[in-house]
Design a protein around this ligand. Sequence first.
Ligand SMILES: [Zn+2]
Length: 159
Amino acid sequence: MMFRIGQGFDVHKLAEGESLILGGIKINHTKGTIAHSDGDVLIHAIIDAILGAANLGDIGNLFPDSDSKYKNIDSRILLIKTNELLHKNNYEIGNIDSTIVLQKPKIAEYLPKIKNALANVLNIDANKISVKATTTEGLGFEGREEGVSAQAICLIYKK
Ligand SMILES: [Zn+2]
């Protein structure tokens, strides 16, 4: 079996009064992401990991933010399109691991829900997706609550 691996990374700015959506799940918080889309940093990192594994470019060239049809778009739709493209190229997802870097709020209680939501969107078993969260102990832009970042890694295999 042929395996390939890809990684993805994304950052969005945080601002008061915006909504914070991670893996399609709305997080209860006073701050949220400023973005052309819904600013779902986790889904964006996962999309780039999938695209990277299959060598299919990146989220920026597939769904350009200069295109008005992607304004405020639900990132789950972009993830579905990415998954379709992956299948068109005869690949399947082996597994995905991801980390959200966010100082506040504590999101541990959301993680199982996020994981299940992503498994549903990708139509894969929930044990193929891992979603973790960490803080930077107050250091850097995440620590100052100026932004949120996410990293993801994805293994794919040819059918
Ligand atoms: Zn993004």
